[in-house]
Design a protein around this ligand. Structure first.
Ligand SMILES: [Zn+2]
Ligand SMILES: [Zn+2]
Length: 401
């Protein structure tokens, strides 16, 4: 791999913009991020003419795209979905399971692992048409029955040791979700901690006390804030009075907790995005796509989860709708989420990019390799125009698009 220099970029650093920046790349890694100087450049160089240069996005919660759902369970489907997200600027992806039988979830893990080897681990990329795939997000099946949302309810269950051992033994689960109130959640969190996962609670109607014991077992993150999550009012029918604090209060009050938002402009109103940014902050808040297979597809009816046995939803081209009137995940890529945060919140561009890059990289233990424009990190980069539309995507120092 040859050395390459990107010149006259507006580099989006974690806390600031570096105007007229020069970024040198060698052997697939960033070697220098410096102000442009008059000195001649020896290596091949590309003039970005002031365009934004950012680290590639890191998506920790994503179900599919371009017609494929990771739960389809084939390498071809996983490849299709991953490739679609790379086009939207995601250079590191954690394919996400949903509810379904053990065999389907196992098939999904194996299919994704197969293509992850083709994608390479950045330092030795074999196929740059794929994002890096460090592992999967085991999201379903351990959801609370009353918080399944658009996921197939018949495919949910309580965590059982022999089953979840079967997933963790793959060594490929990097993020692990379980609703905190389920019987067996403690044992699940223990196994997830032993496997080195980011442990998260989602699709849950957990109380403060249940969140507290989950936290003691290593849980540190909550999936898609405000979606399929307990609130003071949702706990009242379950636990009566006095009214009790819920997941929302637990995340806001506990500095060690992180969470994520689906900033597609359809799930959360602008004031909620602004609230999340200001109250939780860019170092504890991730942007996720939570995208379904309907990403980059025309409006119509689709399956969430496996293409035959998943649940039905309808995409209107902006968001997915579940039959009961609820939402069924986003149909947008991470570049869209960045544009919505830019439009709907007071967050600065470096903060918005950080929520889509360095923060999720740090939470998944990858910040030493990816997530910011710093020497030594992999040259997984994106070039954005003034409106944050993707112009180019680079994997390991090579342009993909
Ligand atoms: Zn969900
Ligand atoms: Zn999801």
């Amino acid at each position: 791999m040859n050395a390459l220099t990107l010149r006259h970029a507006t580099a989006i650093l974690p806390c600031s913009l570096l105007h007229d920046a020069r970024i040198e790349i060698a052997l697939g890694r960033i070697s220098k991020v410096v102000p442009e100087s008059a000195n001649p450049v020896e290596a091949d160089s590309i003039d970005l003419q002031g365009a934004y240069l950012a680290p590639g996005f890191v998506d920790i919660h994503v179900h599919g795209g371009a017609g494929a759902d990771f739960m389809d369970g084939t390498p071809a489907a996983a490849r299709t979905a991953c490739h679609a997200h790379l086009r939207h600027g995601t250079t590191t992806i954690f394919p996400t399971t949903t509810t379904g039988p053990f065999e389907r979830i196992k098939a999904m893990i194996e299919a994704v692992r197969t293509i992850s080897k083709e994608a390479g681990d950045n330092c030795d990329s074999l196929d740059i048409s794929l994002p890096a795939i460090p592992g999967i997000h085991l999201y379903g099946p351990y959801f609370a029955a009353d918080k399944c949302g658009c996921h197939e309810v018949s495919g949910r269950r309580d965590p059982a040791e022999p089953e979840f051992r079967g997933y963790f033994e793959s060594g490929f689960v990097r993020i692990a979700t379980c609703a905190a109130e389920l019987p067996g959640a403690g044992a699940f969190y223990d196994a997830a901690r032993a496997a080195g996962c980011l442990i998260t609670c989602g699709h849950s109607n957990a109380s403060w006390a249940e969140m507290r014991s989950a936290f003691d077992a290593g849980m540190r993150h909550v999936d898609h804030f405000w979606c399929a999550m307990s609130s003071v009012s949702s706990l009242r029918p379950r636990l009566g009075t006095p009214m009790q604090a819920a997941m929302e209060q637990f995340v806001l009050m506990t500095r060690e907790m992180s969470t994520e938002v689906i900033a597609d402009g359809c799930h959360l109103a602008p004031e909620l995005l602004e609230f999340a940014y200001r109250m939780i902050g860019p170092d504890r808040l991730c942007l996720v796509t939570d995208a379904s297979r309907a990403l980059d597809c025309p409006p119509g009816r689709y399956k969430f989860g496996h293409f035959e046995t998943g649940s039905d939803f309808e995409s209107d081209g902006h968001v997915g709708h579940a039959p009961g009137g609820g939402l069924a995940s986003s149909v947008m890529g991470m570049d869209h989420m960045v544009r919505i945060m830019k439009r709907d919140t007071s967050a600065s561009l470096p903060e918005i990019i950080r929520m889509a890059t360095l923060t999720p990289a740090r939470l998944t233990g990858m910040a030493d390799r990816i997530g910011s424009l710093e020497p030594g990190k992999f040259a997984d980069l994106i070039v954005l125009d003034a409106d944050a539309h993707i112009q180019h995507v680079m994997r390991s120092g090579r342009f993909v698009f």
